[in-house]
Design a protein around this ligand. Structure first.
Ligand code: HEC
Length: 79
């Protein structure tokens, strides 16, 4: 999936998350749904998986966050 409006650089999620998130030790996405919400020491609060994904959009991809209930977010969410 590519979301040029939300991504400020040329990266894809899979630029960093190898093989669509299935490779261990390469920031895998397997089993993630069970890991969230999680406590984040960087922000000192509990965040949802949606917030964590938006973190990657904003920090890793120099882009803009997705609305939590957007079609785009729902397309990413099953990971
Ligand atoms: C520039 C590299 C980079 C890009 C591009 C990137 N990410 Fe990440 N992402 C990371 C890093 C590094 C982590 C932290 C991995 C860790 O904690 O093991 C991370 C963590 C995550 C996590 C949390 C994983 C966990 O175990 O808590 C999710 C979910 C995630 N990314 C989704 C995405 C999605 C969806 C995209 C595309 C919209 C994306 N990432 C794009 C580097 C990137």
């Amino acid at each position: 999936m590519q979301l040029p409006k939300n991504v400020g650089n040329g990266l894809n999620c899979t630029s960093c998350h190898l093989n669509a998130g299935t490779t261990a030790y390469a920031s895998p996405w397997m089993g993630l749904a069970g890991a969230f919400p999680e406590y984040r020491s960087r922000s000192g609060k509990v965040i949802s998986l949606q917030e964590r994904i938006n973190d990657c959009f904003q920090r890793s991809m120099n882009g803009k966050p997705l609305a939590f209930d957007s079609a785009e977010m729902n397309a990413i969410m099953p990971i």
